[in-house]
Design a protein around this ligand. Structure first.
Ligand code: G6P
Length: 610
């Protein structure tokens, strides 16, 4: 978590850094800061709260300069306040550092530094790093060497940037476990946690790898490993437009991203069908299909919303490929010495491609000989680069903290993988064609659902003051119930639980009364009648009911308080449609409560710490 930005060149770095930080706010937004070091200016400004607070303070003080670094924070060590905000500096205020990550051995290092006479003003782990660098400088190293020596002492993760008053024409950056990208301009360089922060200025980038340190002046950069080997990096061109990372007239990124789903779903499948043959082609898996199809087991591992996508994937893959599938929270998988090996294929699903637990789980699976594959949205992200192969979901940048379009695109890609592998095993040509035709029809059906926005907004009005919510679904729609509950919880702070509908009788039914709304996902599928019985059970206990049902369903009308009618599709893809009204419902409830849906409290989009 945390976003870092830096600039060195001939322009005023301050607006560039502030704008970049705003674009990284999805990574954290509890405090922010900037340090400028150029032409006699040496200034650090830090504020509690959002980047807009920092922007106001910077404007008040008239800060300007040609080299600077900035940070937006998601607190790990120490409460969000001005002192704990970055940049951090040494006692003489000659050395300035921004850091994204966690220093695991900070307390041991801090004690050693205190014994050597250092004192600390913050509660952060990061302040230890700047003082450690200071110590090596005082031992006669230059900045880059001091950073290298300091990092050799550190256990943990970092994306960091440092400036030093006595080497005023340079920024030194380093990466391990937290992303860091250099933007290449003409006579200027940018530094950022991800390309969103620099895409307005350059499309040419270098992604640093773990254990690399770069020395950047306004005219050049050099990259070395922490063991001093020089590295030549390819400069890549990023295909992303600024429009993709602005709200384009929508009040929130989340609403924009919900509304973009016809296109993002289309983009996830574009060019990936050979319809006549009922098969799918995924460029990123070429050469691996047979090994996947021969796997004795498939494991899907992820966190958060991506974990819910994995659960849907389990239903799909197991039913259609006949291969046993397991779903694992990445955070559990990595620490329980999992039994995986060469016969297993493990897909790691991550929108950001940077989630620390998912990345670590992937490394563990690779170490044990499993085929480790990525399903990511962010191109060039750590999981995308370190996995043996994989598939991009191509949903486009997702900035709202609550994941929406990435989830539906993850489901599309899991559907594609299901067809790919099932057709290699025992799926008929006709079924392949039928599934592909159904997938192709999805964007139009999503358009139909989005037209229900106003209707869903009216339903939301009834539930703004609810304290609890229950979401129920069965089979393929059980994970949708979990995801619906998570969306509401994340952005409206209403307690919500997702449950398999039939399990309601074993506990949640005790909670039902006239104040407890229940959302039923009730398409006309194999378990439709059973879901209707569950609805009756809630109704008998005076619970309020919202149902997601098929457009031609009239039976449900008398049973529920509100019904959202959506188009039918093959049951395999129904979760892709069913989740959309739940995203819209959560959005409107949160907006009506006056909450910041794009930046909910305590959350961050990219969880790069354990
Ligand atoms: C955070 C985000 C969630 C996301 C999860 C996994 O908790 O707030 O929206 O689902 O991380 O992120 P990933 O990028 O790995 O999909």
């Amino acid at each position: 978590m945390c976003g870092i930005v830096g600039y060195i060149g001939d322009r005023d770095c301050v607006p560039i850094i502030i704008e970049g930080l705003k674009r990284l706010e999805y990574r954290g937004y509890d405090s922010a800061g900037i340090a400028v070091l150029s032409d006699g200016t040496k200034e650090v400004i830090k504020t509690k709260g959002k980047v807009s607070e920092l922007e106001a303070e910077v404007a008040k003080q008239g800060l300007a300069g040609k080299m600077g670094i900035g940070h937006t924070r998601w607190a790990t060590h120490g409460v969000p306040n001005q002192l704990n905000a970055h940049p951090h500096f040494n006692q003489e205020k000659t050395l300035f550092l921004i850091h994204n990550g966690i220093i695991e051995n900070y307390s041991e290092l801090k004690n050693k530094l205190i014994k050597k006479g250092y004192s600390f003003y913050s509660e952060t782990d990061s302040e230890v790093v700047v003082n450690l660098i200071d110590r090596y400088i005082k031992k006669g190293r230059d900045l880059a060497a001091a950073v290298k020596y300091a990092l050799n002492k550190i256990d943990g993760t970092y994306g960091l940037a440092v400036m030093y008053e006595n080497e005023p024409d340079k920024i030194v950056v380093a990466r391990k476990g937290s992303p860091l990208v250099l933007g290449i301009g003409e006579g200027e360089y940018y530094i950022a946690s991800d390309v969103n922060a620099l895409i307005a200025y350059t499309q040419h980038v270098v992604y640093l790898n773990d254990d690399e340190i770069a020395e950047i002046t306004k005219d050049s950069f050099t990259v070395r490993t922490i063991t001093d080997e020089e590295i030549q990096h390819e400069i890549l061109k990023v295909e992303m437009t600024e429009d993709e990372i602005t709200k384009s007239g929508y009040p929130h990124f989340m609403l924009k991203e919900i509304m973009e789903q016809p296109l993002s779903i289309e983009n996830s499948m574009r060019g990936r069908f050979i319809t006549d043959e009922g098969i799918v082609k995924l460029g990123g898996l070429i050469g691996y299909e047979d090994r996947i199809a021969r796997s004795k087991r498939i494991i899907l591992s992820a966190c958060g919303t991506s974990w819910h996508a994995a659960l849907v994937g389990e239903y799909m893959l197991e039913e259609f490929t006949g291969i046993p599938v397991e779903v694992e929270y990445a955070s559990e998988f990595r620490y329980r010495n999992p039994i995986v090996g060469e016969d297993d294929t493990v897909f790691f699903i991550s929108q950001s491609g940077e989630t620390a637990d998912t990345l670590a789980a992937m490394r563990e699976a690779k170490r044990k000989g499993a085929l480790a594959l990525g399903i990511c949205n962010v191109v060039g992200s750590s999981i995308a680069r370190e996995s043996e192969a994989g598939v991009y979901i191509h949903a486009g940048p997702e900035i709202g903290v609550a994941s929406t379009k990435a989830f539906t695109s993850q489901l599309v890609v899991l559907s594609l993988i299901t067809i790919l592998i099932a057709r290699k095993r025992n799926m008929d040509f006709e079924i392949g064609v039928e599934l592909i035709e159904n997938l192709k029809a999805l964007p139009q059906k999503v358009e139909e659902i989005l037209k229900l926005n106003d209707e869903i907004e009216k339903i939301a009005e009834h539930y703004v003051n609810s304290n609890n919510f229950l979401y129920l679904g069965r089979g393929y729609n059980f994970p949708v119930a979990l995801e619906g509950a998570l969306k509401l919880k994340e952005i409206s702070y209403i307690h919500a639980e997702g449950y398999p509908a039939a399990e309601m009788k074993h506990g949640p039914i005790a909670l039902i009364d006239e104040n407890m709304p229940t959302v039923f996902i009730a398409p006309k599928d194999a378990v439709y009648d059973k879901i209707l019985s569950n609805i009756e059970e809630v109704k008998a206990r005076k619970g309020k009911i919202i149902a997601i049902a098929h457009v031609d369903d009239t039976r449900i009308d008398e049973l529920v308080d509100h019904v959202i009618k959506i188009p039918e599709c093959h049951y395999l893809f129904q979760p892709i449609l069913n989740v959309i009204p739940l995203q819209i419902l959560a959005y409107h409830i949160a907006v009506k409560k006056g909450l910041n849906v794009d930046q909910p409290r305590n959350l961050a989009k990219s969880v790069t710490v354990e």
